[in-house]
Write a protein that binds this ligand. Structure first.
Ligand code: FES
Ligand SMILES: [Fe+2]
Length: 409
């Protein structure tokens, strides 16, 4: 046991980590660890900021925020999407205060410096003659589109996405990543360190006890042996059914500890649903029009991850995106987005309640177990516990995480 408020140095925590076990308490409590995470993870990696369908018109914007950072994602007058730091170049005020809105220009509420939607400084009142507006635009943020998904990176030199794009081009084409819209977006505040939320999403060991609804639909909630057998027969059935083979896109795993230096990590795979299930819904039936080029349901769902914070689950007729971001050392936020085909009409082609039911129920259950996890981790009696075989991906995540913060200076 340690005296309260005493945290062991990061170096020592890293050296003492025992493979196959959960992390020590200080990984969730120490300000030094949190600073390392911000620098090595959140200010370096690509993260989902939102989707173009949230910005239909010029001047539409939304904020993407984590920890102390705030980014304005905006549709400019020429129709492109840009991202700028929400930090005024005068004395640093937030420029946009609303989480989303529409503006002709971005006007700082403090002394009214006025920025064009593209970030350049247009007007600064009563400034000296030698003041150069051209070098005082809002700090630009790197932005890449994955279909209509908007990814941003706060790094000076962002990790490359080239390998990922080349590898998964057929996946984006098949599921129509260019042809989706956000049907619903919901934020869930979680009173826990962000890692407890992300770690929970790396494993399905908890699915059977915590998610009866999910476990009725997804084979992965079963034992590893059962799941593996189910997956093999599912993939064999895709081979046999010519019409469905398109969804049997190759598994790709360059994620977490496996990504090449300089590349962003990602992972893609397709998994079986349980017998007869077509989609993630109350009655396991369809909830929206088929995505992209799919011609029918094949009883599976794909998982896609890009960077350590953004996760996607692609059913044949809708896609979910999850993102976990820290709001402080011991609080975080889960954001869920539900996507449907861009031409699907609410009330006619899909019912929002039916579409969102499974994952709203699931994330609420997750929120509860994650918060309970944090409460136990806070105890003086918490000690790292042995991981199960069903938590192998959690181990991948921990390997990557330790490696990522290990180079913190
Ligand atoms: S801080 Fe923005 S105009 Fe002064
Ligand atoms: Fe869960």
């Amino acid at each position: 046991m340690q005296p309260p408020n005493h945290h062991r140095p990061l170096k020592q925590l890293l050296a003492d980590y025992k493979h196959g076990y959960s992390l020590e308490q200080d990984f969730y409590k120490s300000p030094e660890v949190y600073r390392a995470e911000m620098q090595q993870i959140f200010l370096k990696h690509w993260v989902l900021a939102g989707h173009t369908s949230q910005l239909p018109n010029a001047g539409d914007y939304f904020l993407f925020e984590f920890d102390v950072e705030s980014v304005i994602v905006v549709r400019t007058k020429d129709g492109s999407v840009k991202a700028h730091m929400n930090v005024c170049r005068h004395r640093g005020s937030r420029v946009c205060l609303e989480k989303q809105g529409t503006a002709q220009a971005l006007v700082c509420p403090y002394h009214a410096w006025t920025y064009d939607l593209d970030g350049s400084l247009m007007g600064a009142r009563q400034m000296a003659d030698d003041f150069d507006k051209s070098v005082n635009g809002l700090h630009p943020v790197h932005l890449k589109m994955v279909g209509g998904l908007i990814f941003i990176s706060l790094a000076e030199n962002p990790l490359s996405l080239d390998t990922m794009f080349a590898d998964l081009e057929n996946v984006f084409d098949l599921f129509g990543f260019d042809n989706m819209k956000v049907a619903h977006h919901q934020s869930y505040a979680i009173d826990a360190n962000w890692k407890l939320a992300v770690e929970n999403y790396q494993e399905c060991y908890h699915c059977a006890p915590s998610h009866p609804e999910f476990a009725k639909i997804h084979a992965m909630a079963g034992s590893p042996a059962k799941f593996q057998a189910c997956k093999e027969s599912y993939l064999a059935s895709l081979d046999a059914a010519a019409a469905s083979t398109k969804t049997k896109t190759r598994e790709s795993n360059a994620y977490f500890d496996l990504a090449e230096a300089g590349d962003e990590g990602y992972q893609y795979g397709r998994n079986p649903l349980l017998q007869g299930a077509l989609s993630g819904s109350h009655n396991q039936g369809p909830v929206a029009p088929l995505l992209g080029k799919l011609e029918g349901y094949d009883g599976g769902a794909s998982e896609f991850m890009l960077g350590p914070m953004s996760y996607f689950l692609i059913y044949d007729d809708h896609m979910l995106a999850y993102r976990f971001t820290p709001t402080s050392i011991d609080t975080c936020k889960g954001d869920l987005y539900w996507f449907v085909r861009s031409d699907a009409v609410e009330g006619k082609d899909y019912d929002k309640e039916k579409l969102t039911w499974l994952w709203d129920v699931t994330i609420k259950a997750d929120e509860e177990i994650i918060v309970n996890n944090q409460k136990g981790v806070n105890s003086h009696f918490y000690a790292p516990g042995r991981l199960s075989d069903m938590e192998y991906f959690e181990q991948h995540f921990l390997n990557w995480y330790l490696q990522a913060i290990g180079s913190y200076k």
